[in-house]
Design a protein around this ligand. Structure first.
Ligand code: AMP
Ligand code: MN
Ligand code: MN
Ligand code: MN
Length: 294
């Protein structure tokens, strides 16, 4: 059976390795088909396609789109960050490109705000963050983490995320970005297949059934959501069972992936979770904006 991993990052966003290196490591790990899904950009696709062809493995083009959902809880409005994987969207679709470019701009402004706050307590500057990044790379907290590592504030990215870069810390600023339902529509209009990345990934394992946001998920499904990334190390067991039932009820796609960010980027390892071939077939049938190379 082939090993299909549908979520990975390169230096075009917050991964630590070039698209070529990511595919070399995938081939060495025995992955047969890999999707490159950098945050809010398609800039790694052509390099990935070349590397995959040379190595004799498959390439599925994707994007991990940063979105924000509005949810009502106890009659109050909350915003939650939702990462939406888009498989096979047309990389030249103007509406999608415009939205992605806006998000890239918001990410930069937001990262500068985080660095401003951090600079009160640490010797960090915006220039230090830019130094860790390749030109044109999507900016996120991992780049700030790398600067904090260089400064000796933390030992690695994970320590930074458990420390000063944690959501609950005073330095945190959220990214202002596309509404999740709008993003689903944009992806569909670009011929892409929208699948939620690591759904309920932030939720604790002791989540109870009653806490699961059924109404919110039903709204996304009504908007055209195609599936869930159920098999991902951050998705809690109780959520997996619930998502499988929901997917079955609506005949949705279920995927499994690593969310690789490089050997030194995150502990996630290529091929640690995989997608059944029949689920990839459904993605390939539904996606009409770009072609996979298999
Ligand atoms: P941001 O998009 O700027 O909010 O940053 C979130 C990104 O940081 C996610 O996409 C992850 O790839 C990455 N991330 C989250 N937790 C960690 C961690 N513990 N170690 C390394 N990277 C992480
Ligand atoms: Mn990332
Ligand atoms: Mn994500
Ligand atoms: Mn990811």
């Amino acid at each position: 059976m082939s090993s299909i991993d549908l979520h990975s990052h390169s230096t075009r966003s917050d991964g630590k390795e070039s698209p070529t290196e990511v595919f070399e490591h995938a081939a060495a790990a025995g992955v047969d088909i890999l999707a490159l899904t950098d945050h809010d950009t398609t800039s790694g696709w052509s390099e990935a396609a070349e590397a995959a062809a040379r190595l004799g493995i498959g390439f599925v083009p994707g994007i991990e789109v940063t979105t924000r959902a509005k949810v009502q809880r106890e009659s109050r409005t909350h915003f939650i960050s939702v990462h939406m994987l888009a498989y096979l969207p047309d990389p030249h679709n103007q509406a999608l490109l415009t939205e992605l470019n806006e998000t890239l701009g918001s990410r930069e402004i937001r990262a500068q705000k985080i660095v401003d706050k951090l600079s009160v307590d640490f010797d960090i500057t915006w220039a230090m963050v830019l130094e860790t990044l390749q030109e044109g790379a999507t900016i996120g907290r991992p780049a700030i983490a790398d600067a904090l590592v260089k400064l000796g504030v933390v030992a690695d990215r994970t320590e930074a995320f458990h420390g000063p870069l944690h959501k609950s810390e005073k330095y945190y600023v959220a990214t202002d970005t596309t509404d999740t339902i709008d993003a689903i529509k944009l992806i569909l209009n670009a011929g892409g297949v929208p699948i939620i990345a690591h759904p309920l990934g932030g939720a604790k394992d002791n989540l109870s059934r009653g806490d699961l946001p059924e109404e919110h998920f039903e709204q996304l499904i009504d908007a055209g959501l195609a599936g869930f990334e159920v098999y991902h190390r951050e998705v809690p067991e109780v959520a997996r069972e619930w998502l499988r039932i929901l997917a079955h009820k609506h005949d949705l796609i279920i995927t499994g992936s690593s969310d690789y960010h490089g050997i030194h980027g995150k502990p996630n390892r290529l091929g640690e979770n995989t997608t059944p071939p029949e689920m990839l077939d459904r993605i390939l049938t539904a996606g009409t904006g770009a072609k996979a190379i298999l």
